[in-house]
Design a protein around this ligand. Structure first.
Ligand code: V47
Ligand code: SF4
Length: 398
């Protein structure tokens, strides 16, 4: 793995741009990089250069540990009243027959399917529907907690919260307090897209603004709770929009320290209004992980979402700043499969995920949502020859 001496080699290399060397010096000395530095990295730094710096930070923070979490996803509906151009759901409002809208009972049936499974988290997120209001979600969260109190509820994003609070004439603070009291434990990172209005207005017009997204997270953090952040990149944005996005996140994190994980999301171009755009290259994806790791010095974790990028890229990402892989998932998370994700049926059991991490020389550690260690798999022995044949898959939903 890369070490301090790799950075020394970069700094001494006469072929490397002196401005980039200054950034390498900053990283070596634990000094925060500026927005100009980040832009320079995006514009000029090679994959190996960014990789060495990001891996240095990753190993300083976590050594070889790679976290994963046993969770399951529920999408209450795949219909949405918004029409984000990158999204493969948005057209469904016009074609309702292709959609689903689960009732409470149907959602609880999904939760109950996992009763005998050692999952620690349910991740709930879907489209925005007028009939899913504050009451719908508070009743749902209470129902899940009554059934399985130890299951961590990570649910909804400021996109839904902004919409339902506005409808019920609640302030963000009142609304988030209600959610807290109903059993919401943390917030996932979705809906962030690109904060800058030049881009957001074109790809996600109508839903909450970047400022509103940040404001709802800030209020949630001030209630003592945690959340994640994402960035949807590789579509119409330019590098300075990415830097602006990362800057807003870093500033809020300085204020609240409420973010746990940053998850870069690669734009996938199937079945949406941006299908004419080419997707970012693997090289660009790895550079983006790395630069995110270098820039977000106040974020503990950078996560890759393997159902979206595939298993090989997830392994590679671990050498470019990523220390967390999401997750052991066995459902058909349709938002991604419709958008052209690598994995049409994103199922991977613990044994497979542990082996995937071990094969690239890292230490798999199962965590709960708040990064408490559930089990260290460093010394666990699983058969590598049979791993893809011998496991018993969890039931596939939907
Ligand atoms: O907000 C939608 C993105 C997000 C596409 O917090 C797309 O642990 C790529 O936020 N191509 C939702 N991405 C997913 C999300 C997430 C995933 C895993 C873990 C966590 C977490 C959060 O998916 C949306 C949007 O940015 N998305 N369409 C697409 N075509
Ligand atoms: Fe709706 Fe979210 Fe898709 Fe936008 S990204 S159309 S808010 S489901």
């Amino acid at each position: 793995m890369h070490t301090n001496s790799d950075i020394e080699i970069l700094i001494k290399d006469p072929k490397i741009n002196p401005e980039l060397k200054i950034i390498a010096e900053k990283v070596k000395n634990g000094i925060r990089i500026s927005n100009e530095d980040a832009l320079l990295l995006f514009n000029q730094a090679s994959l190996p250069f960014t990789g060495i710096l990001a891996n240095y930070i990753r190993e300083k923070k976590h050594g070889d540990i790679t976290y994963f979490n046993r969770n399951f996803h529920i999408e209450p509906t795949n219909i949405c009243l918004y029409t984000c151009t990158f999204c493969s759901y948005s057209r469904l409002i016009k074609k309702r027959e292709e959609g689903w809208e689960y009732t409470h009972d149907e959602i609880m049936d999904i939760v109950r399917k996992y009763d005998d499974q050692p999952v620690t988290e349910v991740h709930i997120v879907g489209g925005v529907l007028p009939k899913y209001d504050v009451k719908f979600y508070t009743t749902l969260f209470k129902g899940i907690k009554a059934h399985r109190p130890d299951l961590h509820i990570k649910a909804l994003t400021p996109v839904e919260y902004h919409y339902i609070f506005k409808k019920d004439k609640l302030t963000y603070a009142e609304g988030m307090q209600l959610m807290l009291e109903s059993g919401l434990d943390s917030m996932p990172g979705g809906g962030a897209e690109i904060f800058h209005p030049e881009v957001r207005d074109q790809i996600a017009g109508g839903k909450c603004s970047g400022e509103q997204w940040l404001n709802i997270h800030e209020i949630w953090h001030k209630l003592g709770k945690k959340s994640n952040a994402t960035m949807l990149y590789g579509h119409i944005e330019e590098y300075f929009h990415r830097v602006d996005h990362l800057d807003k996140l870093r500033q809020l994190q300085d204020k609240t320290n409420g973010f746990q994980t940053f998850i870069p999301l690669k734009f996938r171009n199937e079945n949406n209004q941006l299908s004419h755009l080419p997707e970012s290259s693997a090289l660009e994806d790895l550079r983006n992980y790395a630069i995110s790791r270098i820039y977000l010095d106040n974020f503990d974790h950078i996560k890759s979402y393997w159902p979206m990028i595939g298993r090989d890229m997830a392994q590679l990402s671990l050498a470019f700043g990523v220390d967390d892989i999401d997750g052991t998932i066995d459902d058909t998370t349709k938002i991604y499969s419709m958008a052209g994700s690598e994995e049409q049926n994103p199922a991977m059991n613990t044994e497979q995920l542990v082996n995937l991490i071990k094969r690239v020389g890292r230490r798999p550690v199962e965590r709960d949502t708040l990064y408490n260690v559930v089990k260290d798999y460093t010394d666990a022995i699983f058969s590598t020859d049979n791993e893809y044949k011998s496991y018993v898959s969890l039931p596939v939903l939907n």
